[in-house]
Design a binder for this molecule. Structure first.
Ligand code: AMP
Ligand code: GLY
Length: 422
């Protein structure tokens, strides 16, 4: 089998490594991949959002199966276009990817089908939004409707901040057309849990739960990032919570999408908050999370490609998806300054024995050497019998990787460790 993966971050690296465990896999192409992925796949210089380029490549190469990993090509309809030329894909079609592509769609879906989520109001007019905020409870959460590189969510502690957020999104168009509509949401409190799931539109199989660490600094301080580290499983996701999520969130969401003629096939990511009133949906993503994938897939026992194909073929119910007992921790190494300005081009040294546990995100090959090319440079994942041991090992590995201006959080997993104890 020859596989084409669209995307080029740490998540895609983790997917490629796992797919490669299938003995039937011959060639793997990554579009565009990155300097680190180049060790495990043939990287092709076509951007993940260049749908015409992707289709052209697929027409001219013997691609048997495609995996579309990032949100933007999915929302743009990459799967539809590949299917139209006869290539089976893992990933939702455009009409289902809208569950991430439009927050207004997602919120209205949840309201219509009684799926627990924060109370909200939708606005396409800044003045009306401001008028509403005059008497809305604070803090309030202001979200741009469309994709915004994960940055379209602003939490306003005061009314002034809320007004400023509306101005930024709707008038200054900080996130472009994504801000033509906004959602203003009730502020929820409680621990967050990420649950990625496989679904073929009928059956939903949750993967092992995980916990992201979104803030740049230790103790959850500083700016929001794409994720500075993850652990799996998430101790807040107890068996009882899992059962409640299945009954009130996962199955109702899958059925709702089907009912709306938007059958979802692929990985549906549930961003959940465990509130005192039970679990509620914070967000849906139409794809694997990053860096959640880097802790979830290493714990997957079943062959990933087989599960993906079962999803594509609507046969997930026949598939026995197993995760191993144990814990995983991924520590992200970033370039100092991220998520704001940072330098690039620093040479990265990774000891040979550490390489298999490294998932490369922002790195390029220059004169045969791996150099940094992005803010989040790579993630290093350790799997162990206990969370404590996984955290310890991940940090021991991270310390062996070197590049100038390397930055990492030092408390990945600490919150999970105290929760597990408490
Ligand atoms: P998102 O980009 O939708 O993942 O949102 C980013 C982060 O904002 C989430 O991970 C939450 O920590 C926070 N957030 C989003 N919606 C709410 C809400 N209604 N109440 C409290 N926090 C929220
Ligand atoms: N780690 C959060 C996301 O992938 O959206």
């Amino acid at each position: 089998m020859n596989i084409m993966i669209v995307g080029g971050g740490g998540r895609e690296h983790a997917i490629i490594r796992k797919i490669r465990e299938n003995p039937g896999v011959k060639t793997v192409w990554a579009l565009p991949g990155n300097g680190g992925i180049a060790a495990d796949a043939e990287c092709v210089g076509i951007k993940a959002t260049d749908l015409a380029g992707i289709v052209e490549f697929a027409k001219n190469h013997p691609v048997d199966y495609a995996v579309v990993a990032p949100d933007d090509p999915l929302v743009l309809g990459c799967v539809d276009e590949l299917e139209a030329i006869g290539i089976p894909c893992f990933g939702p079609r455009k009409n289902a990817a809208i569950i991430e592509g439009s927050k207004v769609f997602a919120k209205n879906l949840m309201r219509k089908y009684g799926i627990p989520t924060a109370a909200y109001a939708v606005f396409d007019d800044a003045e009306k939004a401001m008028a509403y905020l005059e008497s809305a409870p604070m803090p309030a959460v202001i979200k741009a409707d469309g994709l915004a590189l994960g940055k379209g969510v602003l939490i306003a502690m005061t009314r002034e901040e809320a007004f400023a957020a509306v101005r930024e999104i709707m008038e200054e168009k900080k996130f472009g057309a994504s801000g033509n509509q906004i959602v203003i949401e009730e502020f929820l409190e409680g621990p967050e849990v990420s649950v990625l799931s496989f679904t073929d539109g009928e059956t939903v199989v949750p993967m092992v739960s995980s916990m992201d660490h979104k803030r740049a600094g230790d103790g959850d301080t500083g700016l929001n990032t794409g994720g500075m580290g993850t652990v799996a499983p998430n101790p807040y996701y107890t068996e009882q919570v899992a059962a409640e999520c299945m009954e009130k969130i996962f199955l109702p969401t899958i059925r709702a999408m089907k009912q709306e003629d938007r059958e979802f096939r692929g990985c549906l990511y549930f961003g959940l908050m465990i509130t005192k009133d039970g679990p509620k949906v914070i967000e849906y993503n139409c794809r694997f999370g990053d860096p959640e994938t880097q802790v979830v897939l290493p714990l997957l026992e079943t062959d990933l490609l087989e599960v993906m194909q079962a999803v594509t073929n609507g046969k997930l119910a026949e598939c026995d998806v197993k995760f191993r007992d144990g814990h995983a921790c991924c520590v992200v190494l970033a370039s100092e300054g991220y998520p704001l300005a940072y330098g690039k081009g620093y040479e990265i040294t990774i000891p040979e024995n550490v390489l298999p546990q490294v998932y490369v995100a922002g790195a390029a090959l220059k004169d045969g050497k791996l150099v940094t090319s992005g803010g989040r440079v790579l993630g290093v994942t350790a799997v162990a019998g206990t969370l404590q041991e996984a955290v310890k090992q991940a940090y021991a590995l991270a310390e062996q990787i070197d590049f100038e201006h390397r930055y990492m959080r030092h408390d990945i997993g600490q919150r999970a460790l105290s929760a597990a104890k408490g």
